[in-house]
Design a protein around this ligand. Structure first.
Ligand SMILES: Cc1cc2nc3c(=O)[nH]c(=O)nc-3n(C[C@H](O)[C@H](O)[C@H](O)COP(=O)(O)O)c2cc1C
Ligand SMILES: Nc1ncnc2c1ncn2[C@@H]1O[C@H](COP(=O)(O)OP(=O)(O)O)[C@@H](O)[C@H]1O
Length: 314
């Protein structure tokens, strides 16, 4: 998949079959749209093109509103879309100037002149241009003049997509990992850089790699203990390992900041500064305040046993 971020240097697309959207999570519902895109492109022997915006329009136009919680950061979205076999992803740097294009300018100067679309696949309620003045009706009115085919994603499908995205976010924030994973069509994952913690883990017999996320907007699942799969590149070798993860403030040590830490099974190496990706397999329990360290270690032993079994069964 080719990723384009500079609108002034886009290639000449070959019968572009385009769709426009955020595709946050690239979840099972989105895949249905992607399949339609593929089918339309196969039918006309064209290329699939997804147009997405970064930052999200809402972050630019209404920055005070509820902060966005992303299921996928941009690099993660790129990875997932590439796996789906999409030909081109165009990441539009959304800003005020772009938001102030009139609907007609958006259509003529952006969509038509830059993409020369063969087909546009768009939600029934999609809005574009300044103050969201443009929509399907404008595309319908102009489609013959510009010679593109218009495929409308019906209300029910758009509704199901929205419901699904909301359900996934809520499920993750409530610790319902298996439901979230089912709706996503893959295990929810996050990636981060391993940073230094308080050097307590090793003393407990459980060294834990503390993760720092590169994007503050990434949704962090509910506090608790999880069975996880870990992916890590060491000496140019991609390693697939199992582990147990704690998301929490470490109440036993009267901590206050949220820590993301993973203990990797059957592993011993210095991985500070490396990137590590964690996929959530299942929720085990809540993060608790223990009376003493011995009780915490006993519980970690049990957690590890459960996590090993869940990872092995996955
Ligand atoms: C499997 C597992 C379960 C944990 N459960 C708890 C818990 O219930 N309560 C708590 O305060 N900390 C919990 N922790 C976090 C530990 O307190 C933390 O890993 C330890 O203090 C080491 O921190 P460090 O990496 O900064 O050295 C857990 C960690 C792991 C790996
Ligand atoms: N099995 C393992 N799981 C996680 N980290 C490990 C493991 N073995 C060695 N390490 C290393 O030990 C570090 C964690 O040890 P810990 O005592 O918890 O230190 P810190 O408080 O800095 O996280 C990790 O960052 C990693 O570099």
């Amino acid at each position: 998949m080719q990723v384009h971020r500079d609108l002034d240097h886009l290639p000449d697309f070959n019968r572009a079959v385009i769709t426009i959207g955020t595709f946050d999570g690239v979840h099972a519902g989105h895949r249905y749209i992607l399949q339609q895109l593929e089918q339309a492109a196969t039918a006309c022997n064209g290329e699939t093109v997804i147009i997405t915006f970064d930052p999200h329009p809402r972050e630019v136009l209404a920055p005070q509103a509820n902060p966005i919680r992303l299921l996928t950061t941009l690099p993660e979205k790129i990875q997932l879309l590439a796996q789906q076999g999409i030909d081109h992803l165009v990441v539009v740097p959304f800003n005020r100037a772009f938001s102030e294009l009139s609907a007609m300018e958006y259509l003529e100067d952006f969509l038509i002149s830059r993409f020369k679309p063969h087909t546009i696949i768009i939600g029934y309620d999609h809005r574009f241009g300044h103050n969201r003045e443009g929509g399907l009706e404008l595309l319908e009115a102009e489609q013959h003049k510009y010679g593109f085919q218009l495929i409308e994603i019906p209300q029910q499908v758009v509704h199901d997509l929205t419901v699904s995205s909301t359900k996934i976010r809520n499920s993750l924030q409530e610790g319902h990992i298996t439901l979230a994973n089912e709706l996503l069509g893959y295990p929810y994952f996050l990636s981060g850089i391993v940073i230094h913690g308080d050097k307590m883990g090793r003393q407990l017999g459980y060294p834990t790699a503390n993760l720092q996320l590169p994007d503050q907007r990434k949704l962090i699942p509910a506090e608790g203990i999880y069975a996880v799969k870990v992916q890590l590149t060491l000496d140019q070798e991609v390693m697939h390992l199992n582990g147990v993860m704690s998301i929490g403030t470490r109440p036993t040590f009267n901590g206050s900041d949220l820590r993301l830490e993973v203990h990797i099974f059957d592993f011993d190496a210095d991985i500070y500064g490396r990137e590590l990706s964690v996929s959530f397999i299942d929720y085990i329990r809540a993060n608790l305040k223990f009376d003493d360290i011995k009780a915490l270690i006993t519980q970690m032993d049990k957690d590890s046993e459960i996590a090993r079994a869940k990872c092995a069964a996955f």
